[in-house]
Ligand binder design. Structure first.
Ligand code: SF4
Length: 263
């Protein structure tokens, strides 16, 4: 299949994914073109990494080391590599871009405004993501419909017109209980923070534990309005703050074509 699949082909492909188990969904994704899986080391992503490693699937596993991750998350990268005998490619932000951001907003300026928060995510996540996906034809993610209202309609496969690749979400229909049962059955290593009230884990200063009954992603950017709680990896570019904000955090002009696409 061409990565420039027509809508009817995408719909047909989506139906095929629905009838497959996880390993076969990943195999199918890998058959569609050069596939990259971006992992945040969250529980869903660990399930996918385990399947890739166990079945030796031809899928590159990459992660965005933002420089603000919990040490538990950083430690889990190496543990996962050892457990599944795989290499996880690390993509890090550019120091000059971080310096420019800090000069304008302050290192922790993301608490002060939506603009500043989006600018930080742009520098620490979106630019590294663009590098991770460079040359990819298929982008595999751990998005699930049950994670938030924003993700309730997540398909198995869609064409990402801004990145010009197929985006595959093989766990779209899995609920959290199914994920946990699979992790237990397969003894998959997971982030220790999950056991301390963190169902969704991002950067340390922007993630806190949730209370019983709160939505899974309530601990992410908790000081913002719910509809804006995405870092920009999985939402259209026009929701990521103003171009001025993004340019302010950059050493040079921002290419809009490279910044779309959080865990
Ligand atoms: S989650 Fe927080 S620290 Fe991480 S990149 Fe976004 S604003 Fe910056």
């Amino acid at each position: 299949m061409s990565v420039h699949a027509a809508p009817a082909e995408i719909a047909s492909l989506d139906t095929r994914f629905a009838d497959l188990d996880l390993a076969d969904r990943l195999s199918l994704a890998a058959s569609l073109g050069r596939a990259v899986f971006t992992t945040s080391l969250g529980i869903e992503d660990q399930v996918i990494t385990a399947a890739i490693g166990t079945h030796r699937l031809p899928i590159t596993v990459s992660t965005l080391e933002t420089g603000r991750l919990f040490h538990e998350t950083v430690d889990l990268i190496a543990e996962t590599e050892g457990r599944y005998n795989i290499s996880i490619e690390r993509f890090r932000p550019q120091q000059d871009a971080i310096d420019a951001y800090a000069a304008r907003y302050g290192l922790n300026g993301f608490y002060d405004s939506i603009e500043a928060r989006h600018a930080c995510c742009h520098v620490r996540k979106l630019i590294p993501l663009a590098a991770a996906l460079s040359g990819a034809e298929v982008w595999i993610t751990g998005l699930r419909r049950g994670q938030s209202g924003n993700r309730a309609a997540t398909p198995f496969v869609a064409f990402d017109t801004e990145r010009n690749l197929l985006k595959v979400n093989p766990l779209a229909d899995w609920d959290l209980e199914t994920i946990k049962a699979h992790v237990d059955a397969q003894a998959i290593p997971v982030n220790a923070l999950h056991g301390r009230g963190y169902p969704s884990i991002g950067c340390e200063p922007c993630t806190r534990a949730i209370k019983p009954g709160e939505p899974e992603r309530a601990g992410r950017w908790w000081w913002e309005n719910d509809e804006k709680r995405e870092c920009g990896l999985h939402v259209p570019d026009n929701t990521h703050g103003t171009p001025a904000a993004r340019n302010a955090a950059q050493p040079g002009p921002v290419s809009l074509a490279t910044e779309n696409g959080c865990r």
